[in-house]
Design a protein around this ligand. Structure first.
Ligand SMILES: Cc1cc2nc3c(=O)[nH]c(=O)nc-3n(C[C@H](O)[C@H](O)[C@H](O)COP(=O)(O)OP(=O)(O)OC[C@H]3O[C@@H](n4cnc5c(N)ncnc54)[C@H](O)[C@@H]3O)c2cc1C
Length: 252
């Protein structure tokens, strides 16, 4: 069933997930695998060009549509770095737009070296995308340099925004489920140092590796604090979470 969950609450040893449209899903155990929602630039027109030139993250499936094009990837973290490296194999030129004056604060050393060695990659330092223009698709973007305040327009129909994201776990706050400061759900041994966990966990056993501070609620993949943000690990965690759900249910 593909439905959007819009609320979550716990009582009578059950989780109640409110679904968009009004239904409620009730379960003894739940796996939250809702990933991350990528951050926006909040520019005028950004919503209009979403999927018509503006993308959040840089899914590998988009790469073949970049053949022969000049594309822009915003962000200086590993997510952006991986995208720059991968898309440079398809695009004519990849511009990496970063706010800082160097990459080493935010990007793994191996990616800095790899990106700097790619001939069709240009890094625009101290730079921000400040305007978007187009018709039914993105046509050009303005880049403003924060040091010399120059403004330059570039023709492009592909802008990938890779500036991090929000795991959208606000529903967990009201349920006293332990999150990290960025909102990711904390599980397993990462919980042990949290005072809130020590105060509320009442079972004789400790939480399972993928179990949150709420017994029977598991987290897998990107939404989980300290997860390796990779497809293979998300899939692996999903499978592992199912096993832990079986363990949890068997012990009820
Ligand atoms: C630019 C970029 C490049 C990457 N490159 C690689 C790479 O080369 N190799 C690699 O292994 N990994 C890569 N990754 C990371 C990889 O994509 C993620 O780690 C992986 O997809 C995480 O899987 P997930 O299931 O946790 O989350 P997602 O794949 O994000 O899935 C979460 C799902 O939950 C749904 N959802 C969210 N909220 C709700 C709700 N309230 N109700 C119902 N459904 C909801 C979402 O719509 C989505 O379908 C890359 C990521 C990015 C952004």
């Amino acid at each position: 069933m593909l439905r959007e969950g819009v609320s979550g609450s716990f009582h009578d040893n059950r989780m109640y997930v409110g679904l968009k449209g009004g239904d409620t899903m009730v379960s003894k155990a739940t796996i939250c695998a809702t990933g991350v929602e990528y951050a926006r630039l909040n520019l005028p027109g950004e919503e209009r060009f979403f999927h018509s030139g503006v993308y959040y993250g840089a899914g590998a499936s988009e790469a073949c549509f970049c053949s022969g094009k000049d594309i822009f990837i915003v962000g200086g973290g590993n997510m952006a770095g991986q995208a720059v490296s991968y898309f440079s194999g398809f695009a004519r030129k990849v511009y990496m737009v970063i706010r800082r004056d160097n990459l080493s604060h935010t990007l793994s050393d191996y990616l800095v070296k790899r990106i700097k060695a790619i001939p069709n990659v240009e890094i625009l330092y101290n730079s921000n995308v400040t305007e978007l223009e187009g018709d039914n698709e993105l046509r050009r973007i303005k880049i403003t340099n924060s040091v010399d305040h120059t403004e330059t327009w570039y023709d492009t129909c592909k802008l990938f925004i890779c500036i991090g994201g929000d795991p959208n776990t606000e529903w967990a706050i009201a349920n006293n489920i332990v999150r990290c400061p960025s909102g990711y759900l904390v599980t397993g041994s990462d919980l042990f140092s949290h005072a809130a966990y020590k105060n509320q966990w009442q079972l004789d056993r400790l939480s399972y590796h993928l179990e949150t501070s709420r017994p029977g609620l598991f987290a897998a993949g990107d939404v989980r604090f300290n997860s390796v943000k990779r497809v293979a690990s998300a899939v692996g965690e999903g499978a592992m979470a199912v096993t832990q759900v079986h363990q949890y249910l068997a012990a009820l």
